[in-house]
Design a protein around this ligand. Structure first.
Ligand SMILES: [Zn+2]
Length: 211
């Protein structure tokens, strides 16, 4: 029998592993054997994704959900293939309309398998905390528009924030600077301390924003 720890459930230690390739980060957050993949590969790269997961000791069968920070091809390209492999796609309700637009950005030779509605688990951001808690992951999914309207971030209670392509405030081009600033403000208010972006290294938020 496991020793009791003052009557409280032991807090699960989360691990974060990057299984990215071709200059995009794909993050696996694990609570023991319950895992979530944040950003879902390039189109046509399922073989490379499987090989990378194996290299990084992440059994595909232990991934409970995939989540795209937004529906651009380098972040959500394998959503349908993962579903076929038994991993449901976790979709925020604010992202639903962006999914069909994916196919307009790919060329036939990219090998994109169109994401269908079948097998998607659609929830609101407010429902994300209890869903993640069932996996042993303390955190929430927040709307963080700016780079695109369908952009979300996964923020763990540890302070780790998976921000996808959320625009750096100093590198705003076509984006609405007020929308970008509001997303960063929300992340800070909710306790983000460490940024795990879609491209480039993970860094403390102060260093990331100063870079
Ligand atoms: Zn993007």
């Amino acid at each position: 029998m496991a020793p009791k720890q003052g009557g409280r459930a032991a807090e699960t230690t989360l691990t974060i592993v990057n299984v990215g390739y071709r200059s995009t980060n794909f993050w696996v957050i694990s609570a023991g054997r319950a895992r979530v993949l944040v950003d879902i590969g390039w189109p046509g790269s399922m073989g490379l994704m499987r090989a990378t997961l194996q290299q990084m000791d992440v059994p595909l069968g232990e991934i409970r959900y995939t989540l795209a920070t937004h529906y651009h091809i380098d972040h959500a390209g394998l959503g349908e293939e993962f579903k076929r492999a038994g991993v449901p796609l976790l979709v925020m309700d604010l992202q639903v309309d962006a999914i069909p637009r994916m196919k307009t950005w790919v060329k036939p030779q990219d090998g994109y398998v169109e994401i269908t509605a079948t097998g998607n688990v659609v929830i609101s951001c407010a429902e994300s905390r209890p869903l993640l808690a069932r996996l042993g992951i303390a955190g929430e999914i927040l709307p963080t528009p700016g780079h695109s309207d369908d952009s979300v971030s996964l923020l763990l209670d540890s302070g780790a924030a998976f921000t996808g392509d959320l625009t750096h405030p100093a590198r705003v081009a076509l984006e609405d600077p007020a929308v970008v600033a509001a997303s960063w403000r929300l992340l800070r208010e909710r306790g983000a301390t460490h940024i795990y972006p879609g491209h480039g290294p993970a860094q403390p938020i102060e260093r990331y924003l100063a870079s």
